[in-house]
Design a protein around this ligand. Structure first.
Ligand code: ATP
Ligand code: MG
Length: 483
C-alpha cells in the first residue's frame, strides 16, 4: 500500500512533514482537556463564560486513550514522506485504510460514528492543524485567538467566546505554529519568536512564542472570508445607512484620497475592500500590504506585499520601499493596506502628485486622531519638517477620513465620514458629513442609533463630483439623508 513505511527501512522525512515524535505529541485534545471545565477560566468575560459546546468536546477519556494508541500505531506504520506527496483526499483514504486495519488488529470496539470521529481527528493531526481544524472549517468565525494550549477564543458575530478547544500541551501547539509558518518558508522558535504568516486559504496569522509569550505560544488568526462583505452587506448590517453608502460610493468613484481610520478589528480592511469596488475597471491600481488581504475585482491590479527579514536578518522589504517603488510603476491609484510608519510620507506625496483616489487604513479612534497620528508617523520617520508644513501636506493630500468602529455590543459601524478642508493657522479644519449617533440600547443589549447627515449640502469634493458627473447623485443622497 502506498505510503506505508518499509519494514526496517525508515525513510528520511521532509522537514515540513510532522516528525513521528512531534506528531505523537499531537494527539489532539488531551483527556484532561476533554473534561476540564472551560468556563472556569479566570480571564473569561461574562460573554465568554459560556463555552461553545461542540460534539467533539464531549468525548470520553476512553476515546482519547484509544486515539493515542491508534495514532502511535499509525505513525509507526505510515511513511509520512510519501504521504506528504499525496493529495489530501488520497492521503485521507490511505490513513482511513490503515486506521481500520489497526482497529481490527487491536480488536478495538467502536461505533461507526466514533470511528468516523476518530478518523477525522487523526487526519486533522497528521495532515492539518490538529484541534484548530474544526474552527478553521467554520465560516462564521472572524478571529481565532489561541492563548497557550489551554485556552482558545473565537470571535463570532462581533462577540468573543471561549471555546472548548484544547491542545494536548504547549509543544503540540508549538508544532502546529511551526507547521503554519513553515508553509511560508519561515521558522518560529526562541531565537525568532515572532512571525507573521498566512494560511493557504489567505487567513492572516501571527505567532508569538516563549520567551516573549510568557504562558505558551500565542496564535492569532484573522479568518479569511471567502464571501467578502460588500457595501450592500454593510448597509444590511446597519454599519452604514443607504444614503451614507451612496456617498461612500461616490467618494470612491470620484477619486477622493481616502484614509480609513479605526481600532483593531473594527472593519477597516473590509471597508477599504468595499471602497475599491467603485474603482473603474480601466484604472491601474497597485496595492501594498503586509499580508495580502484585499480582493480587488478589477483586471488591472498589481498586488505587492512587504517581506520580513529572513533568519539572518536580511532581505527585508519595508512598506516605505514598496510605496516608493509603486511610484515607478505608473500607478493611477495606490492602495496601502495599513499605514503605520514612515510610508505615510510617501503615500501623502503620491496622493499629492497625481495619484488621486489613493487610499489607506490607519489605527486611530477618531478622524482627528487619525490626522494627528499621520503627522506623528511622518515626524517619527525622521523627516525634519515643521509641523505646519506637515499639516498643510496632510490637508493637501487627504480629502476624506472614514471612521470605523467596533461598538461594545460587537457590532461594526461607520461612525464618521469626515472631510479635510484645510488649515487655519496651525490647525487642520475638518467637517463631518455623516455621523453615527447612539440613542441607547435595546433589551438585548444591542446598541440603537442612527446615521445622520450633518446637513452639509455641498461637500468640499463637490467640484470633483461634478467633474465625474456624480454631483446629482451626491446631492440626491445628501438630500435624502437629511429628510
Ligand atoms: N460592517 C461589518 N459588519 C460585520 N462584520 C464585519 C464588518 N466589517 C468587518 N467585519 C468583520 O470583522 C472582522 C474584522 O474586519 P477587518 O479585517 O476589516 O478589520 P480591521 O479593522 O482591518 O482589523 P485589523 O485592525 O486587525 O487589521 C472580519 O471578520 C470582517 O469580516
Ligand atoms: Mg486590517
Amino acid at each position: 500500500m502506498f505510503g506505508r513505511r518499509n519494514e526496517g527501512q525508515p525513510v528520511p522525512r521532509k522537514p515540513v512533514v510532522p516528525q513521528p515524535a512531534a506528531a505523537r505529541a499531537e494527539t489532539s485534545a488531551a483527556p484532561a482537556a476533554a473534561s476540564a471545565p472551560a468556563a472556569k477560566s479566570p480571564v473569561a468575560k461574562p460573554a465568554a463564560a459560556k463555552p461553545t459546546a461542540r460534539a467533539s468536546d464531549h468525548r470520553s477519556e476512553n476515546y482519547y486513550q484509544i486515539k493515542t494508541t491508534i495514532f502511535n500505531a499509525l505513525i509507526d506504520t505510515i511513511d509520512l514522506t510519501q504521504l506528504a506527496q499525496l493529495d489530501a483526499e488520497s492521503a485521507r483514504e490511505e490513513i482511513r485504510d490503515i486506521v481500520n486495519e489497526i482497529l481490527s488488529i487491536k480488536n478495538v470496539v467502536m461505533s461507526i460514528s466514533e470511528q468516523e470521529a476518530l478518523l477525522q481527528d487523526i487526519c486533522n493531526d497528521v495532515l492539518g492543524y490538529g484541534p484548530l481544524e474544526p474552527l478553521l472549517a467554520r465560516d462564521d468565525i472572524a478571529d481565532i485567538m489561541v492563548n497557550g494550549c489551554e485556552r482558545t477564543f473565537i470571535e463570532v458575530n462581533g462577540k468573543v467566546e471561549l471555546t472548548n478547544i484544547r491542545f494536548r500541551d504547549n509543544s503540540q501547539l508549538m508544532n502546529i505554529c511551526q507547521r503554519i509558518v513553515s508553509q511560508v518558508g519561515r521558522r518560529v522558535d526562541e531565537s525568532s519568536p515572532i512571525c507573521d504568516a498566512r494560511l493557504p486559504d489567505g487567513s492572516r496569522v501571527n505567532v508569538i512564542v516563549p520567551p516573549l509569550a510568557i504562558d505558551g505560544p500565542a496564535l492569532t488568526i484573522r479568518k479569511f472570508r471567502r464571501d467578502k462583505l460588500m457595501m450592500n452587506d454593510l448597509v444590511q448590517y446597519n454599519s452604514i445607512s443607504q444614503e451614507g453608502a451612496e456617498v461612500l460610493g461616490i467618494i470612491g468613484k470620484v477619486r477622493c484620497n481616502v484614509l480609513i481610520s479605526g481600532g483593531t478589528g473594527s472593519g477597516k480592511t473590509t471597508l477599504l475592500n468595499c471602497l475599491t469596488g467603485f474603482i473603474e475597471t480601466d484604472e491601474r491600481v497597485i496595492t501594498c500590504e503586509d499580508a495580502a488581504e484585499l480582493q480587488l475585482q478589477q483586471p488591472h491590479v498589481v498586488r505587492l506585499e512587504t517581506r520580513p527579514p529572513n533568519l539572518e536578518g536580511q532581505g527585508q522589504v519595508t512598506m516605505t520601499e514598496l510605496v516608493r517603488n509603486c511610484l515607478r510603476m505608473r500607478p493611477e491609484r495606490i492602495i496601502v493596506g495599513e499605514v503605520r510608519g514612515p510610508e505615510a510620507f510617501d503615500l501623502l506625496q503620491a496622493m499629492n502628485t497625481g495619484h488621486d483616489g489613493s487610499m489607506g487604513t490607519l489605527h486611530a479612534n477618531s478622524p482627528r486622531e487619525a490626522l494627528s497620528r499621520l503627522e506623528g508617523m511622518i515626524t517619527m520617520g525622521g523627516y525634519q519638517l515643521p509641523s505646519k508644513t506637515i499639516r498643510e501636506m496632510i490637508c493637501g493630500s487627504i480629502d476624506v477620513v472614514i471612521q470605523a468602529a467596533r461598538l461594545r455590543d460587537g457590532s461594526r459601524r461607520i461612525t464618521h465620514i469626515t472631510e479635510v478642508l484645510g488649515t487655519e493657522g496651525d490647525v487642520i479644519i475638518t467637517q463631518d458629513l455623516f455621523v453615527y449617533e447612539m440613542d441607547g440600547e435595546d433589551e438585548n443589549g444591542r446598541i440603537i442609533g442612527k446615521h445622520k447627515s450633518t446637513g452639509i449640502a455641498r461637500p468640499a469634493f463637490w467640484d470633483r463630483a461634478r467633474y465625474y458627473n456624480q454631483h446629482h447623485a451626491l446631492a440626491a443622497a445628501l438630500d435624502r439623508a437629511q429628510g
